[in-house]
Write a protein that binds this ligand. Structure first.
Ligand code: SF4
Length: 466
C-alpha cells in the first residue's frame, strides 16, 4: 500500500494528471488552460489533450492517475461521454472527473456511467482541491458531485508558469473578413451571467450571479497569445457587458499595449441599448463584430425565453452597432414548440431586409430548442403543458411541435445545412434555398432574391451558437 508521500510525489510526476478538452466552439479551450495554469502554479505537471484538434493520445491516458474532462457545453458533454469508454479501456483504475457547465446538471447519469466526480463551473479551485484529496488518498470520500449552483468565484490562479504544451493557435478557428485573415486568441473577463434567460444553460449554474476575472489575469492571457501570434481576441464571456466598466478598462489597456489587435465579444440586445454610448469607442479600440442572442422575433417566444427584448429593440440594436462601424452577428433559436411556420419565414424576411445574410452562420437556421435537465424552461407554464420525455443519454428533454410540418422542416433544414457546409456552398445560396423551402411548405411564392445587397461580414471560421 502506498504512503501519502508516495501518492503525493506520484501525483506531481509529469503527466500524472491529464486534462482533456472535448470542444469549445473552435477556440483554444479556456476550460483547459485556466485549470492547467492553476495546477502548474500549485506544483503539478499536467498533460493536456484537446480532442477538437488532436487525437486521444493513449500513452498520456495510460500514464495518468487522474483525468479531468472539460464539458462546458452540450456538444462537449456528448463527446466526453463517448471518450469515457475509450479511457476506461486504456486505464481502468484512473480517477475521472468531469467539470464545467454541463457536468453537475447531468451528474446522476455521469456518476452511474463511469465518472468518479462532477464539478460545476469555476472549476480551477475545486479541481485543485480534488487533486489534493486524491494525493491524500481520500478518494472514497470524494466520489460524487459538488453542488450545481456556484456561489463563489474561482480563486485558483496561475498566469506565470506555463509548462504543458498546448496546440498552436493556428489549429483553431481564424478571423476572416474578405481577404483579411487573423489568428485568434481567446479569453473571458467574467464568468456567469446576471440574467435568467430560460433557455440558457448558465442560469441553473450561476443563478443570476457573475464574477469578474482579475484584470491582470485577462491581460496576461492576451499578452501570452499575442506572443504566440494572435492578432484578434475573442472575449467569450457569456455576456461581456454584464460588467461594462470592467470590460472597458481591459479593452483600453489591451489597445494601449497592442494597438493593432482586433476583437469580438458577445452581449445581449438589452445591453447594446443600455450601453449605446460605448460602441464608437469599442470600434476605435478594435472591435470588429458583436454576437447577440436575438433567438426570435415573435413576442410570445421572446416572453417564454425571458429575453427582455422586442423586435423593435433588435432593430435598434442593429442601428447602434452598425452605426458604430461594427458588424452585429445575431444568433437564433428558430425551432421551438411555439414558433410557427409564419414566424420562421419572418426571420428570413428580417435577415434579408437588414442585409444580414453574411452575418448569420447557416447552422443558425437549424437550431432547435434544447431543454437540458435543470433548465429554467421547466418552470414555465407553457412548458409544463408540453409532453416532454427526458432522454438521459442525450442530456435533454425531447419535444414535438404541435404543427408536424415544423418537425419535418427542421429535419430537412438540418440535412440541407450540413450538406451545404460540407460542400462549401456559399451562405447566401443556403439562405435562399431554406427560405424557398419554408415558403413552399406554407404555400407562399418563393422569395425575391436580392443577392447584390448582402455584403460579406467579419466572422470566425467556426460557426457559433449559444
Ligand atoms: S442567454 Fe446570454 S444574457 Fe441570457 S442568461 Fe444566457 S448568457 Fe445571460
Amino acid at each position: 500500500m502506498q504512503t501519502e508521500t508516495q501518492t503525493s510525489s506520484a501525483m506531481h510526476a509529469p503527466g500524472a494528471i491529464l486534462l482533456i478538452s472535448c470542444y469549445e466552439l473552435g477556440h483554444r479551450p479556456i476550460g483547459l488552460t485556466r485549470p492547467l495554469y492553476a495546477l502548474e502554479a500549485a506544483g503539478f505537471a499536467p498533460d493536456v489533450i484537446d480532442i477538437a484538434v488532436e487525437p486521444l493520445d493513449a500513452e498520456k491516458v495510460a500514464r495518468a492517475r487522474f483525468i479531468g474532462i472539460s464539458v462546458p457545453m452540450h456538444t462537449a458533454l456528448r463527446l466526453g461521454v463517448h471518450l469515457l469508454h475509450n479511457i476506461r479501456q486504456i486505464n481502468p483504475d484512473v480517477s475521472i472527473c468531469m467539470y464545467g457547465l454541463y457536468a453537475t446538471l447531468n451528474a446522476d447519469y455521469l456518476l452511474s456511467h463511469g465518472v468518479d466526480f462532477c464539478i460545476s463551473s469555476e472549476a480551477s479551485t475545486r479541481l485543485l482541491a480534488l487533486v489534493k484529496s486524491v494525493v491524500a488518498d481520500e478518494r472514497a470520500e470524494i466520489r460524487g458531485s459538488c453542488p450545481t449552483v456556484v456561489s463563489e468565484c474561482d480563486k485558483a490562479d496561475g498566469t506565470d508558469l506555463h509548462i504543458a504544451e498546448l496546440p498552436p493557435l493556428e489549429m483553431y478557428a481564424q478571423f476572416e473578413d474578405g481577404d483579411e485573415v487573423r489568428t485568434v486568441g481567446y479569453t473571458e473577463t467574467t464568468h456567469g451571467c446576471k440574467h435568467l434567460c430560460t433557455h440558457c444553460p448558465i442560469p441553473p449554474v450561476y443563478d443570476g450571479r457573475f464574477f469578474a476575472v482579475q484584470r491582470d489575469t485577462v491581460l496576461a492571457e492576451i499578452q501570452e497569445q499575442v506572443v504566440e501570434g494572435a492578432t484578434h481576441i475573442t472575449f467569450g464571456d457569456p455576456d461581456f457587458l454584464n460588467g461594462p466598466t470592467h470590460g472597458l478598462r481591459i479593452l483600453r489597456a489591451m489597445h494601449e499595449a497592442f494597438p493593432n489587435l482586433t476583437f469580438d465579444f458577445t452581449t445581449k440586445v438589452e445591453h447594446i441599448l443600455k450601453n449605446r454610448e460605448h460602441f464608437r469607442e469599442f470600434a476605435q479600440l478594435g472591435c470588429r463584430f458583436v454576437i447577440s442572442a436575438v433567438e426570435a422575433l415573435n413576442e410570445q417566444v421572446l416572453t417564454i425565453l425571458e429575453k427582455h427584448h422586442t423586435r423593435a429593440d433588435v432593430q435598434e440594436a442593429i442601428e447602434i452597432v452598425h452605426g458604430a462601424g461594427i458588424a452585429l452577428r445575431p444568433t437564433w433559436v428558430p425551432f421551438t414548440p411555439w414558433t410557427s411556420l409564419e414566424d420562421y419565414l419572418e426571420i428570413f424576411q428580417f435577415i434579408d431586409t437588414y442585409r444580414l445574410v453574411y452575418h448569420v452562420d447557416p447552422v443558425q437556421y437549424a437550431v432547435r430548442l434544447l431543454i437540458p435537465p435543470g433548465s429554467y424552461l421547466l418552470n414555465r407554464p407553457e412548458v409544463k403543458t408540453l409532453s416532454l420525455t427526458l432522454d438521459e443519454a442525450s442530456f435533454s428533454y425531447t419535444w414535438e411541435h404541435p404543427d408536424a410540418r415544423m418537425d419535418e422542416l427542421h429535419k430537412t433544414v438540418n440535412t440541407l445545412v450540413e450538406n451545404d457546409a460540407r460542400a462549401g456552398v456559399d451562405a447566401l445560396e443556403t439562405f435562399y434555398r431554406i427560405w424557398a423551402l419554408a415558403a413552399d411548405m406554407s404555400g407562399k411564392t418563393p422569395p425575391e432574391q436580392r443577392k447584390e445587397v448582402h455584403l460579406p461580414a467579419p466572422r470566425l471560421t467556426e460557426s457559433w451558437f449559444c
